[in-house]
Design a protein around this ligand. Sequence first.
Ligand SMILES: Cc1cc2nc3c(=O)[nH]c(=O)nc-3n(C[C@H](O)[C@H](O)[C@H](O)COP(=O)(O)O)c2cc1C
Length: 401
Amino acid sequence: MSDLNGRVIVLGVSGGIAAYKSVELLRALQKKGADVFVVMTENALKFVGELTFQAISKHSVYTDVMKEDTPDKIRHIDLAEKADGVVIAPATANIIGKIANGIADDALSTMIMAVKAPVMICPAMNSWMYESRAVQRNLDTLSEDGFHIIDPDEGYLACNVTGPGRLPEPYYIADRVEAMLVRKDFKEKKVLVTAGPTVEPIDPVRFISNHSSGKMGYKIAEAFEKRGAKVTLVSGPVAIDPPYNTEVVNIKTADEMLLKCQERMENIDIIVKVAAVADYKIKNRAEHKIKKSEGGLDLVLEENPDIIKTLGKLKKPGQIFVGFAAETRDLEQNALKKLESKNLDMIVANEISGKNSAFGAEENKVTIFTKNMAPKILDMMDKKVLADLILDSILEIENDR
Ligand SMILES: Cc1cc2nc3c(=O)[nH]c(=O)nc-3n(C[C@H](O)[C@H](O)[C@H](O)COP(=O)(O)O)c2cc1C
C-alpha cells in the first residue's frame, strides 16, 4: 500500500507546455490512493482544459482567487488547510519567481502562501530560461525556504533546444511526492544494503548463480531512502531500475561484493545484507571459452568468503547489522544459529521451499529474529510493505539500546 493512500494532495498546474503531463500525474497520484484537488493558473487553462482535471479528479478546479462558490469557505485557505502535500508540475519560471518573492496574485500563488504542508516544485521550461540567473536564484530561495525541488530532465524540448528543462515522467514525480510525505525516521542515517545474486564465472561466457531477483533488497533500499537515509546499494546483476537518490555499486562476484562493502564499512550506521551470495566459486575458472568435448566436464568449487561473517568481525559499537536467511528447512534453528555466529542484531528468515518461495515473487513471508525480542512471525505480504516493517524493527533495536 502506498503512503499516499487516503492523503489529500493539491496539484498546482501553471502555464507551461508540459501542462498536458499533469493529467497523467493526477492519475498517477490517484493510483497511489491520493485524493487530488487541482489548482490552475489562468495561463495553464490555455494549455489544458479545466474540464479534464475536473472530470478525473472529481472535484471542481480552483482557477480564480476572486470567485468564491461556497460562501462559508475561503477557497485558497480551505485547500491549503486540507492539503497533506502540494506538488506544482509544471512550475513555470513565472510561478517560481512569484512564490520565491512572496507574490500572491492568482489562485495558485495565493493558495501556496497559506500552505503548511510540504510543497514540491517541478520546474519545466526552455533550457535557457531554466539556466537564467533569475530562475536559479529563485530556486535557491525556494530550497532555502524548505520547498522540495525536483530537477528537470535533460532532453529535446518543444522549443527545439536540447538541454535541461523537461518535466520528469509523471510516475517518477508521484513517487517523489510519496517520498516527501513519508516519516523521516532514518534521517541522516548512513545505510548499506546488498541485493541480488552474485555471479561466479566458469569461463568468459558461462557462470553459476542463483534465482535471487533482487526485489526484496531494492524495496528495502527504497524504503530507507524514502525515510530519509543516505543509502548505498551494492547490487549483483538484476533487472530492476536503480532506486532514486541512491548510490548503486554494481558487482558480479562475491569477492567484489565483499570488497565494496569493506571499503564502505567505516562510516555506515546500518547494514542490511539481503544479497543471495554464492557460497562457492569455480576454482579452475577457464581463461578462454571451454570447448565442448566428450566425456563431460568436472568443475572444482571452492568456498567464497562469508561476507556477513567477515563484516561482522569488523563491526563497531553502535552499528546495526541485519542479515537474511533463506532456508528450505529448520528455519528457526538455522536463523538463530546465524544470528549468533555472524554477530548480527537481526535476522529476517524466509522459507524458500514450495509455495512460499520468495525468489522473484512480489510477496514474501518471513519471521524476524532479534537477540532480545520475541520472534515476529509475519504473514505473506507485498515486499514493499514488508520492507517498511523490517525498518520498523530496526528502529526498535536502535531505541532498545
Ligand atoms: C507555447 C508556450 C509554451 C510555454 N512553455 C513554457 C514552459 O514550458 N515553461 C515556462 O516557464 N513558461 C512557458 N511559457 C511562458 C509562460 O506561459 C508565461 O511565462 C506565463 O506568464 C506563465 O504564467 P503562469 O505562471 O501564471 O502559468 C510558454 C508560453 C507559450 C506561449
